[in-house]
Design a protein around this ligand. Sequence first.
Ligand code: AMP
Ligand code: ZN
Length: 107
Amino acid sequence: MENNCIFCKIANGEIKSDFLYENDNFFVIKDLHPKANTHLLLIPKKHVENLNDFDAVNYGAELISTIQDVTKKLGIESYKTHINTGKDAGQEVFHLHVHILSNVKLT
Ligand code: AMP
Ligand code: ZN
């Protein structure tokens, strides 16, 4: 838990947010300001600032398989993913997250 990190607060329940999907190490919520019909954020439960600090060797495959699992569960076959790493690249929340964007409208 990092002080004043919004995604840590969501991860530990301090701030309420609906988890569309959750497993041991990741959870998925809707983005507050959607830029597509469906705009999800896949977030590791453990605080890590961005991809530069992410333990890809131990958790990289699980991050990808979590994207596969959540999109499959929600019936989303076509989507794009992006990760902003660093302020100059547009990162605003400094807790790693993967944007998942799709034209599919969730009911
Ligand atoms: P980034 O620019 O990659 O850091 O993206 C941060 C994203 O987090 C933006 O798309 C925001 O709309 C989103 N966001 C910020 N606060 C919240 C929140 N409390 N719940 C859901 N999404 C959030
Ligand atoms: Zn955090």
